[in-house]
Ligand binder design. Structure first.
Ligand code: BMA
Length: 312
């Protein structure tokens, strides 16, 4: 009988997955997941979320020469603020970093978590080792913030995911100075009956293409046994990025392997960044089951073509 073990998903898992697990972390912690990559001068940096044994999260840095085999630096690089204006909003940790290079500066949007809820915060770095906080850019009830890699009509642009009435959708906001944000508009909602019917959020900082901004997002479907997190794509208009050009009908990666099914939060694949390589391949970095870091790849052109087959 013919069996088809490959090609179940549009993104193909690296056979060495998971690429970072607890055993790769040089200090005691609970889990490692949701890393955001950057490639500079032939070095891959991956800012990774560590959940400590206490239960709150912070960030560490992993480095690689091939984007597949990483070593993790001996000390965490960013901890929740202990003093100053960020401290009370980071008391329960910092989560899910997303790195964007914009005009030569590396920005990180992340979730600041406290008893007030989740807020979006913005920091910057020059060397990926030390981080300077800029501002808390949302009120509580918001996460999955990430900056676009360029200004549009002279303004900074970000995605975020405010939790509305029973529903999490992808929103867009604009700012002239990175501190004050406004003109917020909904971009995309969950789709009834689909794999992304319960909740969606932007995942990977938008990638500019000839066909629009490619957004690799996460979608959740609620099942009797709990949520399932999958990865999907959408293309958005370059000038008016709240306008959907095409949204893929199917997910491009679904939890299937044990390392995606089993962990602290099972049935989760959750991307926080991607690298488009000179050879035309995209590497999507994702957390699996909130317990490991993995990578999946495919041809960037294929991903765009599949997305263009989608609906508006
Ligand atoms: C989201 C975020 C992620 C997490 C995912 C699955 O809401 O909190 O950090 O990976 O849920 O648990």
């Amino acid at each position: 009988m013919t069996r088809f073990p490959f090609g179940r998903d549009i993104l193909h898992r690296f056979e060495g997955n998971p690429i970072i697990t607890l055993e790769d972390i040089p200090f005691r912690c609970n889990t490692v997941f949701n890393g955001t990559p950057f490639k500079k001068d032939d070095t891959y940096y991956l800012l990774i979320r560590i959940e400590g044994q206490q239960g709150y999260s912070y960030f560490a840095l992993a480095e690689s020469k091939d984007g597949l085999r990483f070593s993790v630096h001996p000390e965490p690089v960013m901890q929740p603020a202990k003093s100053g204006p960020f401290a009370k909003y980071e008391a329960l940790g910092i989560e899910d970093p997303r790195l964007t290079e914009l005009d030569g500066t590396y920005y990180v949007m992340y979730t600041a978590y406290s008893t007030y809820g989740a807020r979006i915060a913005l920091a910057k770095t020059e060397d990926f080792h030390s981080y300077e906080r800029i501002a808390l850019v949302s009120e509580p009830g918001n996460k999955d913030g990430m900056l676009f890699p360029e200004k549009i009509n002279g303004e900074y642009v970000r995605f975020d995911r405010p939790i509305g009435k029973d529903c999490g959708s992808i929103w867009i906001s604009y700012s002239k100075n990175l501190y004050d944000w406004g003109r917020s508009e909904v971009v995309m909602q969950p789709r009834a009956g689909y794999w992304d019917s319960y909740r969606i959020g932007a995942s990977v900082p938008p990638i500019k293409t000839n066909h629009g901004w490619l957004e690799i997002y996460h979608g959740v479907r609620m099942n009797p046994s709990g949520p399932i997190y999958k990865i999907g794509t959408v293309l958005l208009d370059l000038e008016e990025p709240h306008r959907v050009v095409a949204r893929m009908e199917e997910p491009c990666l679904s939890p299937r392997e044990n390392y995606e099914r089993i962990g602290d939060v099972g049935n989760v694949v959750f991307a926080c960044g991607a690298i488009v390589e000179d050879n035309g391949e995209i590497k999507v970095y994702y957390g699996s089951a909130d317990t490991h870091i993995c990578v999946a790849t495919c041809s960037f052109d294929t991903l765009i073509a599949k997305t263009l087959e989608g609906t508006t």
